[in-house]
Every structure is written in C-alpha cells, then in structure tokens.
Design a protein around this ligand. Structure first.
Ligand SMILES: NC(=O)c1ccc[n+]([C@@H]2O[C@H](COP(=O)([O-])OP(=O)(O)OC[C@H]3O[C@@H](n4cnc5c(N)ncnc54)[C@H](O)[C@@H]3O)[C@@H](O)[C@H]2O)c1
Length: 249
C-alpha cells in the first residue's frame, strides 16, 4: 500500500483559518507534518490549530498579515524557532473584491493584488533561505480557475494569472535547489461561501462544470498534499486544475 508521509517536515499554510486553508493544514498534519497555521483573523487560526492538536498533530497559530513584508519575515522566523525548520510553504491566503471595470476602485485592484499575488512573493522570498536547508523544499500556490478570465473579476483573474507566472518563474530559479514550485487552481468548491450563493448562480456554475457537481475541500487539500509530498519530487512549475473538468468560465 502506498502511503504519503510528511513525517518530520514542517509546513506553513497562509490563510489557514479559512475554508480551504483549514482543510489543507489538517490534511498536511494528518500526513505527519508539523504546521504553522497563519491567519490574520487569529481566532480562526487558533481554531485550526486546536483541530490539528485534538487529532494528535502538532501546530502553532500565527496572526501575521501576509501582505506586510516585516510581518512575513517574523512569521517565517516563528515557524523555524518553534517548529525547528521549514520544508513546505502553501500560499493560500486570498480573496475577492468583484465588480465590473467601470466601478472597480483602485483600492479594489490594489487589495486583491496585494493579497493574492504580492503576499505569495513576500512569503516565498522569506521562506526560500529556509527551504534551501530542506532536502524536500516545496512551494504550493493556490490560484483559481478564474486565472483564465472571469466577468467581474479583472483584478482577481489578473492577480491569479500573475501567481501562475510567479510559479513558472520561481520554479526555474529554484530548480537547482530541488525546490519545487507548483500551483493548484480550484474550480467551484462546496464551502459555506458557495452555499450562500443565490441558487440560480450556483446552478449556472454547476452547469459549467463538466462533472456537474461542486468539488470538496478535501479535493483541494489532496492536490496540495500531492505537490507537498515525495510523490511530486520531480514535478515543478505545474498548474493543476481541480475543477471537475472545467477549463474556464
Ligand atoms: N473557495 C473556493 O471555492 C475557491 C475557488 C478558487 C480559488 N480559491 C482560492 O483558495 C484560497 C482560499 O480560499 P477560501 O475560500 O478558503 O477563502 P477564505 O476567505 O475562507 O479564507 C481566506 C483566509 O485568509 C485570511 N486572510 C485574509 N487576508 C489575510 C492576510 N492579509 N494575512 C493573513 N491571512 C489573511 C482570512 O482571514 C481567511 O481566513 C484563496 O486563495 C482563494 O482565492 C477558493
């Protein structure tokens, strides 16, 4: 039987108090990794930590704002000081501020870029010196199928497409260090947020998905686990669409 083990590895997951990030942190911990659970909404980070510890894992919570360079450096230092090393960085923190171009403010544009793209740059820059000390360094970036374009999401689609560019460039820069850099692009996923969508919108999105259903949080966590593991040691610069066959909106 093949088993994925991350025993002895340390992972840092940003935005891991949120729906998908919590699933990723729990999954990596279940595979044996110690996890630094970041979220600037600290009680949510602490909740994820508690769930990991209750299940027998090891985790610490961190409240850093990942759009702030100094806070990001402190977060990486926190991981290394308390968990001893860093092997896996998951750039998951993200969010939307949707509107059509005519009504999109500069603030809507900047905030979405700072959170979905600049934060990944800041976290990767701070983490790379530590990942170089690992024999299995991994960066996993969480994009979205919106990177291929979506109405009302010019800011988000551009930032996520930028994250794909970052993945493909950084993967080249770090290849000699055997640090892999990959991207997971979720489609429509069954989260409390998706449950809150108007029924007509949900139905339309499901009709756009060839499998005619929503993905589960575990579908995304499993893709992250694969990229983080030894199974993907020779896999870098890839974008995995976890979207029920949907190739774009
Ligand atoms: N949920 C989906 O269906 C879906 C689909 C495609 C892509 N994604 C992507 O997956 C990732 C996670 O999405 P989610 O649905 O779990 O989002 P979420 O809103 O549930 O969680 C995001 C978390 O990030 C935290 N966060 C926000 N700003 C932060 C900051 N500056 N510093 C640290 N933490 C911060 C929030 O507090 C929140 O807990 C995002 O990158 C999102 O773009 C999600």
């Amino acid at each position: 039987m093949i088993q994925i083990s991350l025993q002895g590895r340390v992972a840092l997951v940003t935005g891991a108090g949120g729906d998908l990030g919590r699933g990723m942190a729990l999954c990596l911990a279940q595979a044996g990794a110690s996890v630094l659970v970041n979220d600037n909404a600290f009680p949510r980070a602490q909740q994820t930590c508690d769930l990991i510890v209750e299940a027998g894992g090891r985790a610490i919570a961190d409240p850093s704002d990942v759009t702030d360079a100094a806070a990001v450096s402190a977060m990486v230092a926190h991981a290394v000081q308390t968990l001893g090393r860093l092997d896996i960085l998951v750039n998951n923190a993200g969010g939307i501020r949707d509107s059509r171009i005519e009504t999109m403010s500069e603030e809507d544009w900047d905030e979405v870029h700072n959170l979905n793209l600049k934060a990944a740059f800041l976290c990767a820059r701070a983490a790379v010196p530590q990942l170089r000390g690992s024999d299995a360094g991994r960066i996993v970036n969480i994009a979205s199928m919106a990177y291929r374009g979506n109405i009302g999401q010019t800011n988000y689609a551009a930032a996520k497409a930028g994250l794909v560019g970052l993945t493909r460039s950084l993967g080249l820069e770090l290849a000699r260090d055997r640090i892999t850099v990959n991207c997971v692009a979720p489609g429509l996923i069954e989260t409390p947020k998706a449950a809150g969508l108007p029924e007509a919108v949900r139905d339309r999105l499901i009709r756009m998905t060839p499998m005619r259903c929503m993905g589960k949080i575990s579908d995304i966590a499993n893709a992250v686990l694969f990229f983080a593991s030894d199974m993907a040691a020779f896999t870098s610069r890839q974008v995995m669409h976890v979207s029920g066959g949907m190739e774009g909106f």
